[in-house]
Ligand binder design. Sequence first.
Ligand SMILES: [Zn+2]
Length: 271
Amino acid sequence: MTSLWKSVWQLRCQNKVKNFIWRACKDIIPTKTKLKDRKILVEVECDICGDVETTRHMFWGCKLTVAVWQMANLKAPGLTANLPNFLNLFWCVKEAKPSQDLETFASLAWSLWNNRNAIQYGEASRTTLQIFETSRDFLNEFQSFCEVPHPPQPHGPSLWRPPPFGWYKANIDEAVFKELGHCEIRVVVRNDKGQLMGALSKLLPYPLGALEIEAKAAKIGTTFAWELGLREIILEGDSQTVMAFIANHDSGPIQSSAWARRRAARVGRNL
Ligand SMILES: [Zn+2]
């Protein structure tokens, strides 16, 4: 299972695509069926074909999805099999022989979900060709950008910066799903070379305020990095208040380091 999550985070796709694939693999995409189970929605019909909108339908049952996979020439055996969930679908595409383009699959899956959401907001569905071409162009553009030598070099305040030599950086990120009444905390820990040390996604069964969830994420992120056996940790999150609090309420090895938009608290051995 570890290699599967590694595959998700190593996709050469935009972060929003990776985050989406992560959530889909964890089966927390808010399809109409899921929203009905939580008594939030009554109707469960797919806006494109009228069938019941489940995760399975969205990504390998709907006629639009099938047409998109065909146009992209994705031929993973799992795409036609009776798969129980998205995680199995992702695994089938990843392990398919001959090998399939996992990034194309991920990017298209995100585009399909994005198209579905646009319809929810009253927009017309895009055609198979539009979804395919838009997704392909975004992916190509992103990948060509990534092929610039030394991509981790910081050129702007919002880009990830490597920690100093011998240190590790834990980036924390949160999302609140009000309609589902829960929130998600994500943690990604990398070393000074940008290599992934570990990643965590944790669902909390209640919605929190912005400050509360950042504080909770800071605690979870720090604990996770600690449990990985790492000690020189830089914690990076969005809340200046929380990061400053952590930096200012300890002594000795703790220092604070502020980015223009993000704030980081450096946590030392006596955490
Ligand atoms: Zn459908």
